[in-house]
Write a protein that binds this ligand. Structure first.
Ligand code: PSU
Ligand code: MN
Length: 307
């Protein structure tokens, strides 16, 4: 590994001993949630991964280095500092400027793959935008070309969900519903669209992934876990809010990397923080499930818990 990457000791040890490791993204911390909620979430996600027997590896760029695994001080720094949004094209810019940055799903997958992490938990993936259908998240490209299990709560209905699912199909990415046959729409358990397959336990996900990669498939597996029923926001409530946010984005001509953070923030304002609470709920659930899947994937399964 070259000098642009710094892997922290806990993660390095776990990887060396083939113990389960779960990658966590940081754009949700730098661009998705306000301070100090973002720091509390970052800590809670790490604790959730640890409690389910895996080592958390939050990925970010700190002062120009790609960091895999952060200390608590470093997590606090990334949650507070001005940070770039880092997808695949942005790493070199951040390194050259010695900047801080939160890595998106695509950015996190890139770094996690480089160090050999196979399981990653996030909230929602990027996809095809409704406002501009040529605005297709690099997350979809990363999913097409990285052998990794990505646990999410589906995608937001601020995105063009049918086009997003079509792109995943085009790119050979299996969309696994976790205990569901329906693609979950982030705040809602249902979207009206089907997944391509289903798994009902961490072991089933692990077996599916092994089969996919053993035959030589280069793509990721997108595991979609619906939000808990108690935290769900009904479609009739969230859909008009998302539509309003989308109109505002068009009026203000917000595009490119700024679009997703704008939409997230507006939806949160318009729901008086309800969407943020829902977001926190499934981020934690996804961290837990990812840890269980990482255990099921681990050859060192049953050799003691991560510390
Ligand atoms: N969707 C969310 N919350 C998020 C993101 C997406 O509901 O925090 C973040 C993720 O990091 C994702 C990125 O990878 O936004 C996608 O941004 P873009 O659409 O610019 O690719
Ligand atoms: Mn985009």
């Amino acid at each position: 590994m070259n000098s642009h990457f710094i892997i922290n000791d806990d993660v390095q040890r776990a990887l060396k001993q083939n113990r389960p490791v779960v990658a966590l993204e940081s754009t949700v911390l730098t661009h998705g949630l306000p301070h100090p909620t973002n720091l509390a979430l970052g800590r809670d996600m790490e604790s959730a991964v640890l409690a389910d027997g895996a080592t958390p590896a939050t990925i970010a760029v700190l002062r120009g280095s790609i960091r895999v695994g952060l200390s608590d001080d470093e997590l606090a720094e990334i949650a507070q500092a001005r940070a770039m949004k880092i997808s695949r094209r942005d790493f070199a810019a951040a390194i050259a400027k010695k900047a801080n940055g939160g890595t998106t799903v695509a950015g996190t997958m890139f770094a996690a793959d480089k160090v050999g992490i196979k399981v990653f938990a996030t909230g929602g993936i990027g996809g095809v935008h409704k406002e501009a259908r040529f605005d297709i998240s690099p997350d979809l490209q990363a999913l097409a070309s990285t052998q990794m299990i990505v646990v999410c709560a589906g995608a937001k209905s601020i995105l063009d969900l049918p086009s997003t699912l079509e792109m995943l199909e085009t790119n050979g990415v299996p969309v696994l519903g976790y205990s569901t046959d329906e693609f979950p729409a982030f705040f809602s358990r249902q979207s009206g669209f089907k997944t391509s397959a289903r798994a009902d336990s961490p072991q089933e996900v692990a077996d599916f992934a092994r089969a996919h990669w053993e035959i030589g498939m280069p793509s990721a597996i997108l595991v979609c876990q619906p939000i808990a029923e108690k935290d769900e926001i009904p479609r009739e409530e969230i859909d008009p809010v998302e539509e309003q946010a989308s109109h505002e984005a068009q009026e203000k001509r917000i595009g490119g990397q700024a679009l997703t953070p704008f939409l997230l923030q507006r939806v949160n304002e318009l729901t008086n923080g309800k969407s943020m609470r829902a977001n926190l709920s499934f981020l934690l659930n996804n961290a837990r499930l990812a840890a269980q899947i990482a255990q099921a994937m681990s050859p060192a399964k049953g050799q003691g818990r991560a510390i």
